[in-house]
Design a protein around this ligand. Structure first.
Ligand code: MSP
Length: 506
């Protein structure tokens, strides 16, 4: 079973294109695994407790529960708008999560890893994290570059330092545990530098999950949030599913929350006696004008602003094609328009309209199921189909850019094939009727394979093309490798209809 997770987002605001990025990669990769035929569970959700949310509720004059109930709908709407097909959505205010958190924390307590102590230090509410003085940049939070508060409390502490050696050993023994390697090195460096125990509860806050052994304190929000991955796998409410679903195959996260996922979380799991996730994969930030997008510097872009122009498929294609998973990526409107016009309107969309147009014009939309020729002209097309199918494996490592580059070889080869074989000329010679059928059949077959291969990235466009091709069933049915062998396109009634990707004027 493949179990993929996104971070659970703070519902202090609506999702923007940065938060949508992790969600998008997770959705495309989960769709890829389903297309491959693997049983898959993809999870997203919201992180509803903690000081940050309590403050957001206060600012909006609402009780925290009413606030999160009100705002969670925006996440559902955004994910629906972007055609995300998640199997699970978790809210940390759900009972199944509360029960799981209390059970896991109790296990850590019973294991002797929890003790009472006093803590005083700089705290960034936006990060929901304590820092040490050394980590501050000019006295500011290193992530948000804004002033920190000083918090002092008597809290329960988790003996994180006990897990440094086991964690280093685990990272050493499992080179793919933290990716990419830069992040792995960062985590190893952090662990080797010496790690302090961490405060895992709050006495000054009520908006959280009470500790089972001390109801006067609530769990520190990260200690509750990380456990969502276990709650959503059925720990408290579906133990049978939990047995097949845990450990997760991969947690996808932004680089700013790597320490929580690659240090705190595995240590918590070790303490609670649960297996560790197989992989923690971190991506960079989406920058706008070279800086991290944020509400405070008015660079925040919402998915709906882009979907309006590019559609959900155009949106998904752009971010999966142009932002590599790992380094920071820069967003620009011009870049998005150029990419859309070049790859979607031209290479892919235009190919589909030309082929379907020729089929309508010369064969009334019904091309006989003649087996496509296998001559020198067809060779590049056939090899491109094989390469495109092989490129799908890039999704295993979240390399959607490379997967799409591989798929595009097929569309480029199809366009070249059209130019070379020039069916509009062949059609003029009645003696070449069978050659025309062969050429059109080969082009339709390439489109059929293309529709299947793009389905994880553009489920809507794949479906629309499938309908135009008059094919039965679904483009995203399982076992794509078998379904993508270049063969004979069946005799269906095809229709050109509207453009798949209408050109966008800059
Ligand atoms: N609630 C925590 C996560 C808990 S997971 C157990 C949290 N939430 S968040 O809403 O602030 O951020 C969620 C994710 O969005 C993080 O992975 C973060 O890296 C990502 N992004 C937020 N802004 C981003 C960009 N501008 N670009 C890319 N990802 C960004 O942290």
């Amino acid at each position: 079973m493949k179990y993929l997770t996104t971070p659970i987002y703070y519902p202090n605001d609506r999702p923007h294109i940065g938060t949508a990025y992790t969600t998008l990669v997770a959705d495309a990769v989960a769709r890829y695994f389903r297309l491959k035929g693997e049983e898959t569970f993809s999870l997203t959700g919201v992180d509803e407790y903690g000081l940050k949310i309590q403050k957001a509720a206060e600012e909006n004059g609402m009780e925290p529960q009413d606030w999160v109930d009100h705002i969670v709908g925006r996440f559902h709407e955004a994910w629906e708008l972007l055609d995300m097909g998640f199997d699970g959505f978790i809210r940390t205010t759900e009972e199944r999560h509360r029960a799981t958190v209390r059970s896991l924390l109790q296990k850590m307590y019973d294991n002797g890893d929890v003790y009472l102590s006093r803590y005083e230090g700089p705290y960034c509410v936006r990060c929901e994290a304590y820092y040490i003085e050394d980590e501050l940049v000019d006295g500011n939070c290193p992530v948000h570059m804004r002033p920190v508060d000083v918090h002092a409390e008597e809290n329960w502490f988790f003996a994180l330092s006990r897990y440094v050696d086991p964690l280093l050993a685990h990272i050493e023994a499992n080179p793919g545990f933290i990716t990419p390697v830069e992040r792995r090195n960062e985590v190893v460096g952090f662990l080797e530098h010496g790690v302090d125990d961490i405060s895992m509860s709050r006495s000054s806050l009520t908006w959280g999950i009470p500790l089972p052994w001390d109801e006067s304190q609530v769990a520190y929000v990260w200690f509750d949030a990380l456990i969502n991955y276990v709650s959503a796998a059925g720990y408290a409410d579906d133990p049978e599913r939990f047995a097949t679903q845990w450990p997760a195959s991969a947690h996808l996260v932004g680089k700013d929350i790597i320490r929580f996922h690659a240090v705190y979380w595995p240590a918590m799991l070790m303490s609670a006696g649960l297996p560790l996730p197989e992989r923690i994969a971190a991506h960079g930030w989406l920058l706008v004008g070279g800086t991290k997008m944020s509400k405070s510097n008015a660079t925040q872009i919402l998915p709906e602003e882009l979907v309006e122009t590019f559609g959900a498929d155009g949106y998904r294609y752009h971010f999966l094609r142009d932002v590599s998973f790992g380094p920071d990526g820069n967003f620009s409107w011009e870049g998005m328009v150029d990419r859309y016009n070049a790859d979607l309107a031209n290479d892919f969309g235009n190919l589909a309209s030309r082929v379907l147009n020729l089929c309508e014009k010369f064969r009334d939309g019904r091309v006989p199921a003649v087996s496509p020729a296998d001559g020198p002209e067809e060779q590049p097309l056939r090899s491109a189909a094989v390469e495109a199918v092989a490129a799908m494996a890039e999704f295993e490592d979240f390399r959607s850019k490379q997967a799409l580059e591989g798929i595009w070889l097929l569309f480029r080869a199809s366009n070249a094939y059209l130019e070379m074989t020039a069916p509009w000329k062949v059609a003029k010679d009645p003696d070449q009727a069978e050659r025309l059928d062969q050429i059109l059949n080969a082009c339709l077959e390439a489109l059929r394979i293309g529709a299947i291969l793009v389905s994880p990235v553009m489920p809507g466009a794949a479906r629309r093309l499938w309908d135009k091709l008059g094919l039965p069933g679904e483009p995203d049915a399982p076992a794509f490798a078998d379904r993508c062998v270049f063969g004979t396109f069946p005799e269906t009634t095809v229709h050109k209809g509207d453009a798949l990707f209408p050109r966008i004027e800059a």
